[in-house]
Design a protein around this ligand. Structure first.
Ligand code: 13P
Length: 247
């Protein structure tokens, strides 16, 4: 039985004041939610989030990490530093990092490995563009993105989280239908099962892309959709919690 995970990806949003209000509202209702809750926040706010959420059931994480352990990598943040701030999760390979920062499938795999090696859980994002979907290349794209990650996982497969985020659904208000999403989620689980059938049943595969309170229930009812990676709606406590309650 996989416990659903509802994770917010705040992206480059927030301020100390706005975060305080948002986190207080989330904490206020978190006990009423049976899904696991997490927020992935901009790195400068990890200290704030750690002090507000520490000791609560709500977990937190980062949105990216360096592929290196330490050293002369100006501007980078290491997995060890994220652990210092009590993170549980690190998003790697978000499509915005892949497209705006040129992150390759191999780099994403190295980052995921670095996260795991430091005792954190990577949330590995995969997903096709609209053009790729229209060409019927969704499965091929997702398989290509995931392959180097699975190659490096070895026996740690069960320790990862995967997020299927069709690029055309991110921030656009267009959502994959539950059936479309389920099809890709099932394909992802089959890929995992080719490596390790038992772990494949344990890995949570989240959906991301315009998940909102009004579409969450149908998406989350699908057998292979184990939660959500929520962008815009995670900046509003009542929307975020309504999605979590649907899980
Ligand atoms: P939206 O929920 O804003 O579409 O963003 C999804 C996403 O990119 C989460 O990582």
């Amino acid at each position: 039985m996989r416990t659903p995970l509802i994770a917010g990806n705040w992206k480059m949003n927030g301020s100390l004041a706005a975060n305080a209000t948002l986190l207080a509202s989330i904490l206020g209702d978190a006990a009423a939610v049976s899904a696991e809750l997490a927020v992935c926040v901009p790195a400068p706010y990890l200290g704030q989030v750690q002090s507000v959420l520490g000791g609560s059931p709500v977990r937190w994480g980062a949105q990216d990490v360096s592929a290196h352990e330490r050293g002369a990598f100006t501007g980078e943040i290491s997995a060890q530093m994220l652990l210092d701030f009590g993170c549980s999760y690190v998003i790697v390979g978000h499509s915005e990092r892949r497209s705006y920062h040129g992150e390759s499938d191999e780099l994403v795999a190295q980052k995921a490995q670095r996260v795991l090696a430091n005792g954190l859980t990577p949330i590995v994002c995969v997903g096709e563009t609209l053009e790729q979907r229209e060409q019927g290349a969704t499965d091929a794209v997702v398989s290509r993105q995931l392959a180097p990650v699975l190659d490096t996982m070895g026996t740690q497969l069960a320790s990862m989280v995967i997020a299927y985020e069709p690029v055309w659904a991110i921030g656009t208000g267009k959502t994959a239908t539950p059936e479309m999403a389920q099809q890709v989620h099932a394909r992802i689980r089959a890929m995992l099962a080719e490596r390790d059938a038992e772990s494949a049943q344990q890995v949570r595969v989240l959906y991301g892309g315009s998940m909102k309170p009004d579409n969450a229930k149908d998406l989350l009812a699908m057998p292979d959709i184990d939660g959500g990676l929520i962008g815009g709606a995670s900046l509003n406590a009542s929307d975020f919690l309504a999605i979590a309650q649907a899980a």
